[in-house]
Design a protein around this ligand. Structure first.
Ligand code: GDP
Ligand code: MG
Length: 285
């Protein structure tokens, strides 16, 4: 990855968000971390483990519809080998959401045993959804709310009035997700986040993101590019191919030059919307 890539992303409110999150976590028994199935490494937040401590954690690989199915299965097997619960879902269509509910119920049974031994009986188990921006936390919570036996209920008595969605007897989910900060310490991860639209626009220049995405795709999914844009990619430089795609798509400015902004947006949109097919950027090592 080019060292000159400039990453500039840290919302000012993040410190306050973090403080609130750590406070909220005190109320929670089970944490569901939503990550992007296309970039499981870049979209997970390693810092938060320190606050989750021994709480039960379930990893949800969302946007599975956009990721390569076989690689998603490899990720799940890898987590399983590490003793970590992981489930692939499509929060926007609701696909496999029931598996998450079942897993929460299963974990609830284990926690309940522990609570009974400690004499804490009849108290609800509370679940919180966390994740970096844009992974689909809100979509995920909305999908769970649709399955909810009782709709959102109001519960005073905690620091602020929190809304809880009841998904089963004694299982409640906080209706607002905890926002995590993406890891930008690693330039490769930052670029992967940018490919998927999690950081970008203001953080890294679109033209730069599209160039590196195309390069990644040419190395890993050359056939996809050849078929989608009807071009031959063999023995050509990335920039040459980018120009060819631009001409095919009419991204040209007066004088016959390439409209870099336009072709960059086209490539990014086609990747992000799944028009290029199911593509995973990160593969388990
Ligand atoms: N393709 C696809 N898109 C999804 C899925 N879940 C969420 N999205 C989209 O991802 C974007 C971000 O979702 P949102 O719930 O707002 O993310 P949040 O920032 O984590 O709360 C939205 O455009 C959603 O429609 C999914 O399973 N598949
Ligand atoms: Mg949201």
């Amino acid at each position: 990855m080019n060292e000159s890539v400039n990453i500039n992303w840290y919302p000012g409110h993040m410190a306050k968000t973090k403080k609130q999150l750590i406070e909220d976590l005190k109320l929670i028994d089970i944490v569901v971390e939503v990550i992007d199935a296309r970039i499981p490494e870049a979209s997970i937040n390693p810092d938060i483990q320190e606050y989750i401590k021994e709480k039960t954690k379930i990893i949800v690989l969302n946007k599975a519809d956009l990721a390569d199915e076989n690689i998603t299965q490899k990720w799940i097997q890898m987590y399983k080998a590490q003793g970590i619960n992981a489930i692939a879902v499509e929060a926007n269509s609701g696909k496999n959401m029931q598996a998450v509910v079942n897993k929460i119920k299963e974990e609830y049974q284990k926690i309940k045993e522990k609570y009974i031994q400690k004499g804490r009986i009849g108290k609800a188990i509370r679940v919180m959804v966390i994740g970096i921006p844009n992974v689909g936390k809100s979509t995920f919570i909305n999908s769970l709310a649709k399955r909810s036996t009782t709709k959102v209920g109001n519960k005073p008595g905690v620091t602020k009035q929190k809304q809880w969605i009841k998904i089963d007897n004694n299982i409640e989910i906080m209706d607002t997700p905890g926002m995590l900060w993406p890891r930008l310490d690693n330039k490769e991860y930052a670029m992967h986040l940018a490919f998927c639209g999690t950081i970008g626009e203001s953080a890294i220049d679109n033209e730069e993101i599209a160039y590196y995405l195309l390069e990644y795709l040419l190395n890993n999914y050359p056939q996809t590019i050849e078929e989608r844009y009807n071009i031959d990619t063999k023995n050509k430089e990335t920039m040459e191919i980018l120009e060819e795609i631009a001409r095919k798509r009419g991204a040209i400015i007066s004088g016959g030059n390439i409209n870099m902004q336009k072709i960059s947006d086209i490539i990014l949109n086609e990747f992000r919307s799944g028009k290029l097919g199911r593509i995973t950027i990160e593969i388990p090592r």
